[in-house]
Design a binder for this molecule. Structure first.
Ligand SMILES: Cc1cc2nc3c(=O)[nH]c(=O)nc-3n(C[C@H](O)[C@H](O)[C@H](O)COP(=O)(O)O)c2cc1C
Length: 184
């Protein structure tokens, strides 16, 4: 699938068909994450793929009240996106910028690659940012020195939702007003 088409047609999917994801597709999705850009190529993102029904249910319980609750329950796979801390955004003398650790940024890039590559393979997905992080970290046995950033539910879409509207280009850029500051 053409990249622009994938960007424009990808939607957050919150209900999945029960069919499993072929192993080959999982590997291609992880490859897409692996090839994401990262700070000085430091490659801090790590992906934990969860297909075990019991573990998925356990994780699902930490999402009570989340819009993606049903999606997490019905998805054949969850990916927990984690980061090795203290690598992204650092130089020889500590943090290279005033922004500190750039792990969220690098994980975001890996996540977008995951979503778009999944969609190019006919698989829907949703990012899950709101859940009981310490509980899920325990469930996946996250080692010391790593942060759990987000979950992604992936599977064959059972619903194809309408695109939620986006702000106009003029609102999110200085299109037609080069040299003029951005508005709120
Ligand atoms: C950092 C982040 C966290 C998110 N967390 C959740 C979440 O916890 N539950 C959920 O249903 N959707 C979550 N989403 C999905 C957004 O709601 C969704 O991307 C947005 O509404 C735009 O819809 P679209 O992805 O279909 O274009 C999250 C998205 C991002 C980028």
């Amino acid at each position: 699938m053409d990249v622009m088409k994938a960007i424009l047609t990808r939607r957050s999917i919150r209900k999945f068909k029960p069919e499993p994801i072929p192993q080959d597709s999982i590997i291609r999705i992880l490859e897409a994450a692996r090839w994401a850009p990262s700070w000085k190529n430091s490659q801090c993102p790590r992906m934990v793929v969860i297909t075990d029904r019991k573990i998925k249910e356990e994780i699902g319980r930490t999402l009570a009240g989340n819009r993606a609750f049903e999606g997490a329950q019905s998805a054949p796979a969850l990916i927990a996106v984690c980061a090795k801390m203290g690598e992204s955004g650092y130089g020889a003398n500590g943090p290279a910028t005033e922004k500190g650790d750039w792990y969220m940024f690098d994980c975001g890039l890996a996540v977008e690659n995951i979503l778009l590559s999944a969609w190019s393979l006919g698989l829907g997905s949703v990012i899950i940012g709101h859940f009981d992080t310490p509980a899920v970290a325990r469930i996946i046995d996250l080692p010391e020195g790593f942060a759990l950033v987000n979950l992604i539910a992936i599977g064959v879409p059972d619903k194809n939702p309408e695109a939620p509207p986006r702000k106009a280009l003029e609102q999110v850029s200085n299109l037609n007003k080069f040299g003029v500051k951005l508005e709120e």
